[in-house]
Design a protein. Structure first.
Length: 548
């Protein structure tokens, strides 16, 4: 469409300026979408990986054209108004890859991403475009050291609460800050970036082993180059994303996320990718799968180890082999290797370190790390993170906060009492707008020593680094006059993860009467991308997508 025939001579003239020769016009043209930037350690090295991918494309007989897409740093934005832009960036990334790939009529697209929203954004675009595609993950950061122990980005968020409540000195606080992020790569535990990278490998949209490799390693560079070659092979075989992204592959991804103790953000992102792939994935699928998959991995935030440790122990394929042998994942799903999951795993050895990944007969925790809850406080659903909990039921009085900042201030001023249920509302997709991750609040709760004694309920969402008895994605959200908007201080909230329920001890009539008395909600932001997003975005129960 853009290179053949006399009428396309102007287009060929433009392409000659960027390096095309006569013989190149008959080659597959590959778009390499790079989320490189030096504003975050997650993405600061992606230019190197993009160039390695280009080498692989050229070696296999394609011609790469690299373009940029955006990223935002969740870790830097966290706890501020800037975090409202994080989930919005997922949609912008998807849209930008679609725009460039469609405008330039690429034969295939390879995306290189690191920070949390790069991955689902890229996969949403690939599913939407449905041209041969492959994803390259930037890789995980190595742990830092402070006070004789490994530390990471979540360590400093929790240190804010510890320092603010007098539990550590300023010197200890500063040491953690200075050593939490020692180099390039995404946050090291089974947080959102590593969760989604693992899920994408399980979906079949990235090469085996690529999701667990260290960012600063030779194997990561080699994998990027191999991905470029593999993409040209996908074009020759006409294997497209929707051949790979089927219901069974999403079930594989959910199963792996549950076994690894992954981030609750996987619920939002997998549902969004499925919607673009025309796959019917619902909240109920997560509970259905979670009921039969225990939490096997001893990985942060609910465990001890980080992704680098898992990589040295055999990587994601070794975990998938364990699940395949137990008939918990589907082996017949197609992948970007051109082979099935079972064929990819045929010669993969078992996990070599049972301290990191336990057996099915001796799981790290007997239950899945997250459950979907429903009840009179969340008629459309909510997502609870339960990995590592000592108790699965909490009943206590609500403490109402209409923003993340209000809740954090109360914790740091020691205004929270044991047994409280912090209800943080108007932080949903529409109301925030942007559905902020409230890691500053969950981190401060842990740092203040309240992790085992309080619960948190919000229409916002959580970082993959959050842990404790936390419930997010409450839908309908407060801005949509969901029941969470009717809560008052002192109302008794009951969270029961075993019964999959989230309720307030109020009658339906009382909730309805309170909602009727609410004043119309005045949007906090009325211009720009956030206002546009607030008008377009759908419920968290549908993945907080902006597409129909």
């Amino acid at each position: 469409m853009v290179t053949q025939g006399d009428k396309r001579a102007p287009g060929r003239a433009m392409l000659r300026a960027v390096g095309f020769k006569d013989e190149d016009f008959s080659k597959p043209i590959i778009g390499v979408a790079s989320a490189w930037s030096n504003l975050t350690p997650c993405n600061m090295h992606l230019d190197t990986l993009a160039r390695k991918a280009e080498e692989g494309v050229r070696r296999a007989g394609g011609f790469p054209l690299t373009f940029g897409t955006i990223t935002v740093s969740d870790g830097i934005a966290m706890g501020t108004e800037a975090m409202k832009y994080s989930l919005v960036s997922r949609e912008v990334i998807a849209d930008s890859i679609e725009v460039v790939s469609s405008a330039e009529r690429f034969d295939g697209v390879l995306a290189v991403g690191g920070c949390d929203k790069n991955m689902p954004g890229a996969l949403m675009a690939m599913a939407r475009l449905n041209i041969p595609s492959i994803f390259v993950y930037g890789g995980t950061i190595k742990p830092g050291r402070a006070g004789g122990r490994d530390v990471d980005i979540v360590s400093i968020f929790e240190a804010v609460g510890s320092f603010g409540t007098g539990k550590i000195s300023r010197e200890e606080f500063k040491e953690i800050e200075c050593h939490a992020c020692p180099g390039a790569g995404s946050c090291g535990g089974m947080y959102t970036a590593n969760t989604m990278a693992s899920a994408i490998e399980a979906l079949g949209m990235s090469l085996p082993y690529s999701s667990s490799q260290d960012a600063e390693s030779g194997e990561k560079k080699d994998s990027a180059s191999q991905a470029g070659e593999a993409l040209v092979g996908l074009i020759k075989k006409n294997i497209r994303p929707r051949n790979i992204l089927v219901k069974k592959s999403f079930e594989n991804a959910i199963t792996l996320v549950m076994a690894l103790g992954g981030s609750t953000n996987a619920v939002l992102h997998l549902m969004a990718i499925a919607k673009e792939a025309k796959v019917n994935l619902a909240l109920g699928d997560f509970n259905r799968i979670g009921k039969r998959v225990p939490h096997l991995a001893n990985l942060k935030p609910s465990g001890k180890y980080v992704m680098s440790d898992l990589n040295h122990g055999g990587g994601i394929p070794s975990v998938m082999k364990l699940l395949l042998d137990a008939r918990l994942i589907h082996g017949d799903c197609l992948t970007v290797t051109g082979k099935t999951v079972a064929e990819n795993l045929k010669d993969v050895p078992a996990i070599s370190d049972r301290r990191i990944v336990r057996s099915l007969s001796d799981p790290f925790y007997p239950t899945a790390p997250m459950v979907v809850l429903r009840g009179n406080l969340a008629p459309e659903g909510a997502v609870a993170k339960i990995g590592g909990l000592k108790a699965f039921r909490h009943r206590g009085p609500a403490r109402i906060f209409n923003s993340e900042e209000e809740a954090l201030d109360a914790i740091l001023r020691k205004k929270i009492r044991p047994n409280d249920v912090l209800a943080v509302r108007y932080e949903g997709p529409k109301g925030g707008p942007g559905m902020r991750e409230i890691l500053s609040v969950t981190g401060a709760i842990i740092g203040a020593g309240l992790g085992d004694s309080v619960a948190l309920v919000t229409d916002g969402r959580f970082s993959g680094g959050s842990h404790g008895f936390v419930v997010g994605h409450v839908a309908p959200e407060a801005m949509d006059r969901g029941p969470i908007a009717a809560l008052r201080d002192g109302d008794i909230v009951v969270i029961d993860a075993k019964q999959f329920s989230l309720d307030v001890e109020l009658g339906a009539g009382e909730i309805k009467a309170r909602l009727k008395k609410l004043k119309p909600y005045t949007p906090k932001i009325t211009t720009g991308v956030l206002a546009k997003y607030s008008k377009l975005v759908r419920s968290a129960a549908e993945g907080a997508v902006t597409c129909e």
